[in-house]
Ligand binder design. Structure first.
Ligand code: SAM
Length: 241
């Protein structure tokens, strides 16, 4: 859930239009990196407030930790216990991240249970193969663990936000997300000269929808099997508005 892999090719030409005028591409909610991995800008920042995710990507980049190529149910259960009890002295944060993201059902980081073998498909092995392939497109991304609100953003950046969607079930680090504060932050960032884009189903009136597409999915977002993915941008204010 939440991966923008399927729409990245549709939205990136819009987000990156005019990119030469901007210094940096920033994703404050980088998640599984399924958009940033397709961005051809020299300076890229991928941030997220999930430290397990950021530590996993930092270590995939550096290769310092040798992550295992298979994850048993037993190893998964152990990592989940360490995670639930905050025991990163027993297993590194990066390793707990690797196990939680690669082996949880739907990539839901210890929220959906162990993703075992179904109908001859080995979902854990598939996730591991995909991320190992993906990492070559993330080599020079600067990964930062931060809440979007405290993230330092270089002057004149393109900011693409894929926040937890309003009204959908949230998990772990996305619970209690303040949507009003988020939209206010987007306004501020736009006024500071950044180009800000947001993926959401709905937005306040001062944001305009610049792209939309009906998706076919088996995941039930907001009570429908055909959610409409949308991309928003802050409307340029006219004098007197
Ligand atoms: C929908 S996912 C992003 C998925 C990503 N676009 C992709 O295609 O892989 C949302 C992410 O926002 C992160 N997040 C939630 N609240 C946050 C906050 N306050 N600051 C920064 N990141 C946050 C979550 O940890 C999660 O990884």
């Amino acid at each position: 859930m939440g991966s923008k892999n399927r729409i990245a090719k549709d939205i990136l030409p819009i987000i990156l239009n005019g990119k030469d005028e901007y210094n940096c591409y920033v994703e404050p909610f980088v998640g599984g990196c399924n958009v940033i991995d397709k961005v051809d800008m020299k300076n890229r920042i991928g941030a997220d407030n999930n430290e397990y995710l950021i530590e996993m990507f930092n270590n995939l980049q550096s290769g310092v930790i040798d992550f295992p190529d298979s994850i048993s149910k037993d190893l998964y259960d152990r990592a989940r216990t360490y995670f639930n009890n905050g025991l990163s002295n027993e297993m590194s944060v990066a390793m707990i991240g690797w196990i939680g993201f690669m082996a949880s059902y739907n990539g839901k980081f210890f929220d959906g249970g162990y993703n075992g073998n179904y109908k001859k498909r080995d979902y854990v092995a598939e996730s591991i193969k995909n991320i190992r392939k993906q990492i070559s497109d993330l080599k020079d991304v600067k990964f930062i663990c931060s809440s979007y609100q405290t993230l330092e953003i270089p002057e004149k950046s393109i900011i693409y936000c894929d926040p937890p969607y309003q009204g959908t079930t949230q998990y772990n680090s996305s619970k209690n997300f303040n949507h009003t504060a988020f939209w206010e932050w987007c306004r501020d960032m736009s006024k500071q000269g950044h180009q800000v884009f947001i993926s959401e189903y709905n937005a306040p009136k001062d944001f305009e929808c610049v792209w939309q597409k009906e998706m076919t999915t088996t995941i039930n977002h907001c009570g429908t099997l055909k959610p409409i993915e949308k991309l928003y941008r802050f409307k340029k204010q006219k004098i007197g508005e």
